[in-house]
Write a new protein. Structure first.
Length: 173
């Protein structure tokens, strides 16, 4: 599997990094980090290819690159709005536009709370187009006993919708 992971905004960056770190080594990962996100030196996964958010001509910006899925974790409201309006002025929004046109899986993890009416309208528009809107929401039935357990639950749920096998959380029997 080949996946693009974009990290936009600054709040929630750690969750995006952990999403990458927990990926199985069999997954080819291409990462885009926005200017507002933390520095890329802190990524531990050596199986990733880093792309500048300013490099709109990167390989992953073309449908011919054949990505299986794209996940934007976290997804800032600015990025969400641009995707909803078809604006692709940086690499993260461009790979989202490519996912939409190629009808590939696109997961957005909006990070702000509460959501404004405009943000909800944008999410509804994108959901109608088949985009998976999956904010990092805690499932209390997971019986998490730590923040790490909560994060693993959320990441595991994201992996589930992307078709990535995992055992990050205890499933119902």
């Amino acid at each position: 599997m080949k996946i693009v992971v974009a990290i936009t905004g600054a709040s929630g960056v750690e969750l995006g990094k952990k999403f990458i770190d927990y990926l199985p080594s069999s997954v080819e990962v291409h990462v885009v980090v926005s200017r507002n996100a933390l520095t890329v030196e802190s990524f531990e996964n050596t199986q990733i290819t880093l792309h500048s958010s300013e490099n709109i001509a990167a390989s992953i910006s073309s449908g011919s690159f054949r990505v299986d899925a794209t996940a934007i974790i976290p997804c800032s409201m600015n990025t969400l709005a641009k995707i909803a309006c078809g604006i692709s002025d940086n690499l993260a929004t461009r790979v989202a536009a490519v996912a939409l046109k190629e009808q590939k899986t696109l997961l957005l993890a909006p990070r702000e709370l509460p959501f404004s009416s405009i943000a909800l309208e944008n999410m509804q528009k994108l959901a109608t187009l088949g985009v998976i809107i999956a904010p990092p929401v805690m499932g209390y039935y997971s019986k998490s006993s730590s923040i790490e357990d909560m994060e693993k639950f959320i990441i595991g749920k994201w992996y589930d919708v992307l078709g990535i096998e995992n055992s990050l959380y205890q499933r119902w029997k």
